[in-house]
Design a protein around this ligand. Structure first.
Ligand code: ATP
Ligand code: MG
Length: 249
C-alpha cells in the first residue's frame, strides 16, 4: 500500500514537473536609479504549470509589473533564476530573449504599446506576421484571423482606426487581440481590464477562458479588479516584492 502511494505521488510530481512552464527560483530584482536603489522583488519562488490561469494582485508599487516583465523575458533578475519553457533567461542574450518572446509569449501591457502609425487591424496582423510560426505551425489566413479576433473583442467596425482615434478601452482591446491572435503558449497581461467597462471586461475574460480551456494557454494577469480575481484558478498576493498569500480554486 505504502509503495503504491509513494509511486503514485512520484508520478504526480513528475507530471507537475513536466508541465511547468514558468519557474522562478529565489528571484530578486533591484533597480539602481542613480543613488537610490529600489528593491522591487525580494525573493520570489514560483512555479506555474501549463494551462494555469493565475492572477497577481497587490498594492501599487508592490512589484506586479516587475514580476510580469521578468516572466515575459523583457528583463533579467538581479539575483536568482527565471526559467521559461525550459530556457533559463539569465543565460540568453538579447536575440535569444527576443526569440523566446516571439515564439511563446503574448503581452498585454499596462500602457498598450500599440504602433501609432498602424491601424487597429494592421497592429494585430503585424504581430501575427512577425511571429512567423504559431506554436510551431506556419501562420495561415492571417488577414481573416486578425479581423476575426478584433471582431471578438468588439472592434469589428473599427479595423481602420489608428490608436489615436481610439479610446483607452478600445486601445486596450486592440492590445488584447494582438496578444491572442498568435495563440501563444503564455499570455501575460498587466491590468488588462483597467480601462474597460464591466461588460467588455467580461467579454474579453470569456475569450481568454475559452482559449485557456481549448488550447491550454497559460494566463498570468496582474489586476486590482475583483472580477478578474473571480475568474482566476490561482491567486497570488504580492506585497513589498514578496508573495504573501496564495489561493487555488
Ligand atoms: N525602471 C525602474 N526604475 C526604478 N524603479 C522602478 C522601475 N520600475 C519600477 N520601479 C519601482 O519598483 C517598485 C515596483 O514597481 P512595479 O511597477 O513593479 O509595481 P506595480 O505593482 O506594478 O505597481 P502598479 O500597481 O502601480 O502598476 C516600485 O517601487 C517602483 O517605483
Ligand atoms: Mg504595474
Amino acid at each position: 500500500m505504502l509503495v503504491v502511494s509513494l509511486n503514485s505521488e512520484k508520478k504526480i510530481n513528475q507530471k507537475l514537473e513536466n508541465s511547468v512552464l514558468v519557474s522562478l527560483d529565489s528571484v530578486k530584482k533591484t533597480y539602481e536609479d542613480g543613488k537610490i536603489s529600489v528593491r522591487a522583488l525580494r525573493g520570489i519562488d514560483l512555479k506555474i504549470a501549463e494551462g494555469e490561469f493565475t492572477t497577481v494582485y497587490g498594492p501599487s508599487g508592490s512589484g506586479k509589473t516587475t514580476l510580469l516583465n521578468l516572466i515575459g523575458a523583457l528583463d533579467k533578475p538581479s539575483e536568482g533564476q527565471v526559467k521559461i519553457n525550459g530556457s533559463i533567461i539569465n543565460e540568453l542574450d538579447r536575440n535569444g530573449l527576443a526569440l523566446l518572446r516571439r515564439d511563446n509569449i503574448g503581452f498585454v501591457f499596462q500602457s498598450y504599446n500599440l504602433i501609432p502609425v498602424l491601424t487597429a487591424y494592421e497592429n494585430v496582423e503585424f504581430a501575427l506576421k512577425i511571429s512567423s510560426s504559431n506554436n510551431g505551425n506556419p501562420v495561415r489566413n492571417s488577414k481573416e484571423r486578425s479581423a476575426q479576433i478584433l471582431e471578438q473583442v468588439g472592434l469589428g467596425d473599427m479595423l481602420d482606426r489608428r490608436p489615436n482615434e481610439l479610446s483607452g478601452g478600445q486601445k486596450q482591446r486592440v492590445a488584447i487581440a494582438r496578444a491572442l491572435v498568435k495563440e501563444p503558449r503564455l499570455v501575460l497581461a498587466d491590468e488588462p481590464t483597467a480601462n474597460l467597462d464591466s461588460k467588455t471586461s467580461k467579454e474579453v475574460l470569456e475569450i481568454m477562458l475559452e482559449m485557456n480551456s481549448k488550447l491550454k494557454t497559460t494566463f498570468i494577469f496582474s489586476t486590482h479588479d475583483p472580477m478578474v480575481m473571480e475568474y482566476a484558478g490561482r491567486l497570488l498576493e504580492i506585497r513589498d516584492g514578496k508573495i504573501t498569500r496564495e489561493e487555488r480554486r
